[in-house]
Design a protein around this ligand. Structure first.
Ligand code: HEC
Length: 190
């Protein structure tokens, strides 16, 4: 039994040292313009979900989802988030293929996570990705407003859709049914 445990410890230490040596010799890629392999994406997504399950408080949105607050959420999104997650004119982000992992295109493919999950992700960010922790940059009310907006992307009240259309020339309602050329925009070839 003792030598079995010792064997495990030695294996773990050897693997760790090998990892450090590989990194020190510059063998780890640092370029962000690559696509993560499917297994890596799956493991990372599961780890993120599991960690949020464990850490994120199940809070309800204290900001009432009025036309006014949803419009403010839309503006906060447009000013801070659209550069990575896609603009409100339904174009994928210019940075869609420039980050590792790539930023999800939230406007083109709305998320279906509960508000406490979105709020936690937005507030605390996602480590080892480009997702910033917005609690250092936005007030709590503003984080809740953008959370409310994102969780209602497919069921926004008419006044908010109207405003969206006025500012960006299209809206979720007029966009519905349109061809979803998600990767058509800036397909990139190396
Ligand atoms: C610099 C680029 C960048 C900006 C700006 C940015 N994000 Fe992100 N965001 C990311 C990336 C990359 C991910 C993917 C993280 C991952 O793969 O787990 C992400 C993930 C997310 C997620 C999903 C987390 C999950 O559970 O899957 C939400 C929600 C989100 N961002 C909301 C926002 C909001 C709201 C803003 C603006 C206040 C914002 N992001 C600004 C890059 C960005």
């Amino acid at each position: 039994m003792r030598s079995f445990i010792l064997g495990i410890i030695v294996t773990v230490v050897v693997a760790l040292v090998a990892g450090i040596v590989i990194a020190q010799f510059g063998l780890m890629p640092t370029n962000a313009d690559a696509t993560p392999p499917a297994f890596e994406t799956r493991i990372a997504a599961n780890a993120l979900d599991a960690s949020m399950e464990r850490h994120a408080p199940r809070v309800t949105n204290p900001v009432p989802a009025t036309d006014q607050t949803l419009m403010e959420g839309m503006q906060i999104y447009s000013m801070n988030c659209a550069v990575c997650h896609g603009t409100l004119d339904y174009k994928p982000s210019l940075l869609e293929h420039s980050m590792y992992p790539p930023p999800p295109q939230i406007i083109l493919e709305p998320l279906d996570d509960p508000e406490w999950h979105l709020y936690y992700a937005i507030r605390t960010g996602v480590r080892y990705t480009g997702m910033p922790a917005w609690n250092k940059a936005l007030g709590d009310q503003d984080i809740w407003k953008v959370t409310a907006f994102l969780s209602r992307l497919e069921k926004l009240p008419p006044a908010v859709q109207e405003k969206w259309k006025k500012v960006y020339g299209t809206s979720p309602e007029s966009h519905q049914g349109e061809e979803h050329e998600h990767h058509g925009g800036h397909e990139h070839h190396d």
